[in-house]
Design a protein around this ligand. Structure first.
Ligand SMILES: [Zn+2]
Length: 114
């Protein structure tokens, strides 16, 4: 008897679920309980860390909205992130190199299934 792979869940696993994202190497398949399988199938976000499944409060908080403001000084821009469960937005200054890295993730998301 194997338990559910979701972190701290002690229910017995009933079925495998597989992630459809291949941007990261390693495990994309997890054995989960009926409740977590239903949540995943209903579209709840999840991720994997090693062989554990992260959901809910173990997952990074969801981004509600964001905006970008170009810089008048140095090359780069200020990124404002409004995060679920946080009253104050987070602001970060992105240097061109970091912006390029972020853009490669966005490109991958744009090409997903398209
Ligand atoms: Zn579970």
């Amino acid at each position: 008897m194997f338990t559910c792979s979701v972190l701290r869940c002690t229910n017995p696993g009933v079925a495998f679920t597989a992630g459809s994202q291949n941007l990261v190497a390693g495990y994309h398949e997890a054995y989960v309980c009926a409740q977590h399988k239903a949540l995943i199938e209903a579209g709840a976000p999840w991720d994997m860390e090693g062989r554990s499944v992260l959901m809910g409060r173990d997952l990074a908080p969801i981004l509600n909205s964001w905006s970008a403001r170009p810089s008048a000084g140095s090359e780069g821009f200020t990124l404002t992130l409004e995060i679920a469960g946080q009253i104050k937005p987070v602001e970060v200054f992105l240097m061109p190199e970091e912006a390029k890295t972020l853009s490669s993730f966005i490109d991958a998301a744009n090409n997903d299934g398209g």
